[in-house]
Design a protein around this ligand. Structure first.
Ligand code: ADE
Length: 246
């Protein structure tokens, strides 16, 4: 997968050299290309922002500079990327969206600073390619860069060959299928007793059916405790209902 990021802080993306993302890049699964937005600014100060029409606090990123940058990046590839603009006013980024993006050959992220990008940029590219304005949560970051890191990591770990064990992604919280709308339950490793705390016996039993049932029950109980709004009782089996009612 090719991922381009245009930002005034390309150095913000240094963590993409580390761990799973670093390995995915080294293996050629992930081709990340960082671009300095200011390279498309032509005045001496490399200005990328200006005061908002209508007044108000803060600055707005200039459309001509984003337009030139996006055009050039698009011209340097085949086909059209999916353009993703992180913003707290976007649609929520979820595991389902991560899966959708993981199926794309090319993503272009346009993280903004200040009060955001002149809205005509979204109008222009919304009519030329698939554009998503996406929020990673109901809080306001200082800029979209951290949101891009979050999204790239969530997407890249779903690409074939990135996770050591592809089955890990299947059991994830929110993963489509059995874990849809469920949070993953507790996990344990050796030793069997630590500071007097024992690993639940069923996990040592070797009985795969019982272990699967126990894990689902724990996931249901945890979800009920911390995110009750995720539980749709109508979609639960009798055994599921017993778990959350006990
Ligand atoms: N930029 C600032 N806050 C953001 C958020 N919550 N999600 C995505 N981009 C953002």
């Amino acid at each position: 997968m090719r991922i381009d990021v245009i930002s005034i802080f390309p150095e913000y993306f240094a963590p993409l050299d580390v761990s799973l993302m670093g390995k995915a890049r080294a293996k050629g699964i992930l081709d990340v290309r960082l671009h300095q937005l200011r390279e498309w600014a032509h005045d001496v100060h490399k200005t990328v922002d200006d005061t908002p029409y209508g007044g108000g606090p803060g600055m707005v990123m200039k459309p001509e500079i984003w337009g030139a940058a996006i055009d050039d990046v698009i011209a340097g590839g085949e086909g059209l990327p999916r353009l993703i603009v992180p913003t707290p006013s976007g649609r929520p980024f979820t595991q389902a969206v991560a899966l959708e993006y993981a199926a794309e050959p090319w993503l272009l992220f346009a993280p903004a600073r200040y009060e955001g990008i002149d809205s005509r940029v979204m109008i222009e590219y919304g009519s030329r390619l698939r554009l998503d304005e996406v929020s990673i949560g109901d809080y306001v970051l200082a800029g979209g860069e951290a949101a891009v890191l979050v999204m790239v990591e969530a997407v890249a770990r779903l690409l074939p060959g990135v996770l050591g064990n592809a089955v890990s992604a299947v059991d994830d919280s929110f993963a489509p299928g059995a874990m849809e709308n469920l949070l993953e339950g507790p996990v344990f490793t050796k030793p069997p007793v630590w500071r007097g705390h024992e690993v639940p016996e069923v996990l040592l039993s070797g009985h795969h059916g019982k272990i699967a049932r126990w894990r689902r029950d724990e996931a249901l109980r945890r979800t009920l405790r911390t995110r009750p709004e995720l539980i749709e009782r109508g979609e639960l089996s009798a055994a599921d209902l017993r778990a959350i009612e006990s």
